[in-house]
Design a protein around this ligand. Structure first.
Ligand SMILES: Cc1cc2nc3c(=O)[nH]c(=O)nc-3n(C[C@H](O)[C@H](O)[C@H](O)COP(=O)(O)OP(=O)(O)OC[C@H]3O[C@@H](n4cnc5c(N)ncnc54)[C@H](O)[C@@H]3O)c2cc1C
Length: 463
């Protein structure tokens, strides 16, 4: 409570009730940091509002007293963006988790920002509909966090990122003003699309409190295959053939380099999926209406690819349980913090054709500098998105050295330092590798206009 004005604390508890405001030891340690592994910070208070009106009251009070506010969702972010400010409050949306309505005819869903991604997926599924974003942290991450990081994940190839799923947004600005932009229409050309400013802003412009999300018809069938490939070029050619044959229905194309597959099998005690190891393995989902027809078409395409020497081997899941087993290989990312000490994680995007060369050059540079190092390469390659994780213990804990190598190469290949995880604090020093000075100045102008006192998630994204 040290430098916390007691009048502010009193006003908060009066506005929200004592149970909504925690301080000191009462704050669960999980609110001190996020999944990025950033050093924990104890906020002066954790505030857990139950409604938009309460969020607005908190922000009005914080604005009046000059208190920094860090919005917190499910704390699964990987860029350090939800780590509290030592002189501020953490504002958790966890109690605002209602699925307010599903309009099956219009294929829209209205939700409070604290609902988990999984709850949204399940509510859509109950109506025979599908929410287009899926990712490994689905059980914990919240829609507000997904929107604030413009999350991507496994379905981007077919449906796009969170930006594409959002029809309307309710936002509370730094001074407590509510922007009720919740109109549920696909078409709405009424000047600036303000909601898009808050998507991907990582809580630096305001607090997202509610959203109208777009749903899609759920495909009646999905077939999963694992395909062994000799090189990156073969993977690209296969992706092209899949997209031609299953136009608009390739639901996932996840590529794993051998190092990732090996680590995943070992960490999760899984069996080698093929008779022998292969340089690359692609996990493919195709969606459609008729499972047998889909499987037959995929079998035919993969058979042709093997005959042509494009694919080296392939296995097609015969049931959803088998599909789940194949997907388990890709979902080893949750194991990274346990098996790397610590993992130095990257989430970059590059022009599709350059990803193979980029990865090979990174690996060669690491090899020259840290012979015997451990690094794993994998990603949503269909979206041009590559992840790589380097075991800090095998590179002398030189995180800055590894980052410099990777981000210099990203700049060289005209890529992006953050494909989907955001900037937070982790990538702030490297934002200039993907943004011009003029772009950064425009971003600062927007920040100054919406948050003139600089109280919303200070120190994240921009300086
Ligand atoms: C195992 C695992 C797998 C993952 N896979 C993927 C993946 O495939 N694709 C992907 O994109 N990400 C992935 N992530 C990263 C993470 O899950 C996403 O970034 C997610 O969108 C974060 O949501 P969250 O609710 O946990 O947000 P938090 O971590 O709590 O917060 C993230 C940012 O959003 C802000 N924020 C949160 N809620 C609000 C709100 N209501 N209003 C304003 N700002 C808010 C915070 O201040 C912070 O800046 C993965 C993470 C893990 C642990």
């Amino acid at each position: 409570m040290s430098s916390f004005p007691s009048s502010f604390f009193q006003a908060l508890t009066e506005a929200l009730g004592a149970d909504a405001v925690q301080t000191g030891q009462a704050i669960a340690p999980r609110h001190h940091s996020d999944w990025s592994g950033a050093p924990p910070v104890q906020p002066l208070a954790l505030v857990r509002p139950r409604s938009t009106a309460e969020v607005a009251a908190v922000l009005r009070l914080a604005h009046a007293q000059g208190v920094p506010v860090v919005p917190q969702g499910g704390l699964t972010g990987l860029a350090g963006a939800a780590v509290p400010h030592a002189q501020g409050i953490a504002l958790s949306l966890e109690r605002m988790n209602a699925i307010e309505s599903v309009d099956a005819a219009a294929a829209t869903l209205t939700v409070q920002a604290g609902a988990t991604l999984q709850a949204v997926q399940e509510a859509a599924g109950a109506q025979g509909l599908l929410f287009g974003v899926d990712l490994g942290a689905r059980g914990s991450c919240q829609i507000g966090g997904n929107l604030s990081t413009n999350a991507g994940g496994n379905g981007v190839l077919q449906f796009g990122m969170m930006r594409e799923q959002c029809l309307g947004l309710e936002v509370v600005l730094a001074d407590g003003t509510v922007l009720p932009m919740l109109r549920p229409m696909l078409k709405n050309n009424t000047g600036y699309d303000l909601k898009q400013l808050f998507i991907g802003a990582e809580g630096t412009l305001g607090v997202i409190t509610r959203a109208v999300l777009r749903l899609h018809p759920a495909p009646a069938a999905k077939v999963t295959a694992l395909v062994a490939l000799a090189d990156f070029e073969a993977a690209l050619t296969l992706l092209g053939r899949l997209q031609q044959r299953f136009a608009g229905s390739v639901a996932a194309f996840e590529l794993m380099w051998r190092d990732f597959v090996e680590a995943s099998l070992k960490w999760q005690s899984l069996r080698e999926p093929f008779d022998q190891p292969h340089a690359f393995v692609a996990l493919v989902d195709v969606a459609g209406s008729d499972e047998a027809g889909l499987r037959a078409a995929l079998e035919e395409l993969l058979g042709e690819a093997m005959e042509a020497g494009l694919a080296q081997d392939a296995v097609i899941a015969q049931s959803q349980a088998q599909a789940g087993t194949l997907w388990k290989i890709r979902e080893a990312t949750a194991e990274l913090p346990t098996h790397m000490h610590p993992p130095i994680n990257f989430d970059v995007s590059l022009p599709l054709a350059d990803i193979g060369r980029f990865a090979a050059q990174c690996r060669a540079t690491f090899d020259a500098r840290w012979p015997g190092h451990t690094a794993v390469f994998f990603g949503h390659v269909g979206d041009g998105n590559l992840h790589l994780s380097v075991d800090g213990a095998t590179v002398d804990h030189d995180e800055a050295g590894v980052e410099r190598i990777v981000y210099d190469k990203v700049a060289q290949f005209q890529g992006s330092v953050s494909a989907e995880h955001g900037i937070g604090t982790h990538k702030k020093p490297y934002l200039g590798a993907s943004r011009t000075q003029e772009e950064l100045a425009a971003m600062r102008a927007i920040k100054a206009a919406l948050d003139p006192k600089g109280l919303m998630n200070p120190g994240k994204v921009l300086g």
